[in-house]
Design a protein. Sequence first.
Length: 333
Amino acid sequence: MKLIEIKDKNIYNNFVSGQKHSQFLQSWEWGEFNQNIGLRTKVLGLEKNGELIMGLTLLRKNLGFGKSYYYVPRIGVKNLNEIQLNFLFEEIRKIAKQEDVLFLRFEPRSELSKVNCQKSIVKTLDVQPSKTLILDISKSEEELLKNFKQKTRYNIRLAEKKGVVVREMKDDNDFENWWKVMEETKDRDGFRLHSKKYYREMLTSPQPSLYKGEGANIIIKLLLAEYKDEIIAGNIVAMFGDMATYVHGASSNKFRNVMAPYLLQWETIKIAKETDIKYYDFYGIDEQKWPGVTRFKLGFNGEEINYPGTFDLVFDMKSYGLYKLIRKIRRMF
């Protein structure tokens, strides 16, 4: 058994996209996107007898005081046994020591009951949402609509009747108009946004055609809802492997009575179905933090999924303690 660095995009993407509920955050292209915005990345694979049994992308992030950490979102550890999982963490620890990295922040998609370094693992604040809804969209459109809550079906039809139109982003003018809606949403619902540059890079990076066959590349689309020639809602959706993920959504304070977000979500699901994707991830629910958004998503009747959360595997406890203190102070302001 050994940990290797993977240089071949197709080998890596074919492996990680072959997992059920494929995670775009672990795709080769997502690593490239993070490189484009200034992070360092390392694509690794765990091999046993020459066969790949796990793939992951390490994102290296600066902490701001001469130190850094690794981040691995939505890592699949379910199929690793105790020996393999502990070997993986130990090999990453060796790499971290060479690169002066303080800790590994990771988000397992299943429980960590088989790790022998539990004393070095600390539960921390979630980066990606730990609770979500995943909808099986392999059913027919008629079946899906029938399973939506009555109010959701009504609002989809209402938006259609009112003349709401859904289309893809065409140009930078579309992006600018969508960004205004994003800022409205942030102010209304209290969300944190990445920078404008971050979203522009995400949407304008080269987008390959979806490869229907062995494995898949990632596709990221901005879908817009228009009413009376004005953009009033927008969804960013990432499609990879068997999963489409509703990454970001925004809706204007204007024309809320036409229920554009409902039709926009439905059209986004139909576009995902056209690419033979099987699942649709609504990407985060929380009735306390986001009550309105959560009620909206629950109307589509997906299956509730609970991930264990976000953890830090700490390599340097003394420096980690200082980092936590600085982080706490920063979050107070």
